[in-house]
Design a protein around this ligand. Structure first.
Ligand code: GRF
Length: 217
């Protein structure tokens, strides 16, 4: 079973969806540690409640981004992970860090990349009037919110949506696609090859989920 470390900064609902998938037997992986850059990240408590070791590397204690990255990498490597999963981790990671974890560092972003990298994706999607929005799981590269795309889920934007309703619709899909992507990695069906995602073309291994509105939130 692969060893997974999850990095969070806040609520940790994506982390919780991964822990739930493991507990349900749907994800052949061990979540060996959860690390946060803030001691008040709410997700730390739920990780501990699930018996997962946690740690905090507080970015405010480091004079430079590099120093923080180095300390975070040391904490991560202490768990000897096969895969590092960013789940609402709100720090930009430097080139050396990203290189160190190349091919074993993934992120989830609440938009259909390359649209809307960065913050406030739902607000910006509404302001642009897009009709389709969603989320993306991707391998992390040195470019913020870029990197080879593993799986995307698309949801409609409907009349009357506000930031909260749209965020909830997207989040429900985040909680589906992140465990799926980690499962593919755990099953050795997913890897990063020469800047592109290589995904075993078995029946359910399609990197696109189109979610009709009737399907839920
Ligand atoms: C999610 O929308 C994720 O896509 C983004 O930050 C949010 C984190 O939510 N990167 P949570 O902490 O997983 O609940």
């Amino acid at each position: 079973m692969i060893r997974v470390v999850i990095l969070i900064s806040g609520r940790g609902s994506n982390m919780a969806s991964l822990l739930a998938a493991v507990e349900a037997g749907d994800l052949p992986a061990r979540i060996v540690g959860v690390l946060a850059n803030r001691a008040d990240a709410a997700g730390l408590a739920s990780a501990r409640a699930s018996g997962v070791p946690t740690g905090v590397v507080d970015h405010r204690q480091y004079a430079s981004r590099d120093a923080f990255d180095t300390a975070m990498a040391a904490a991560i490597d202490g768990f000897a992970p096969d895969l590092v999963v960013l789940a609402g981790f709100m720090r930009i990671l430097g080139e050396a860090f990203v290189r160190h974890y190349q091919g074993r560092l993934i992120n989830i972003h609440p938009s259909l990349l390359p649209a809307f990298p960065g913050l406030h994706t739902h607000r910006r999607a509404l302001a642009e009037g897009v009709r389709v929005h969603g989320c993306t799981v991707h391998f992390v590269t040195a470019d913020l919110d870029h990197g080879p795309i593993i799986v995307q889920a698309a949801v409609p934007v409907v009349d009357g949506d506000d930031e909260a309703t749209l965020a909830a619709r997207v989040l429900a899909q985040e909680h589906r696609v992140y465990p799926l992507a980690v499962r593919w990695f755990a099953e050795s069906r997913l890897r990063l090859g020469d800047g592109r995602v290589l995904l075993d073309a078995a029946q359910d291994a399609t990197g696109a989920l189109i979610v009709p509105h009737a399907a839920g939130v």
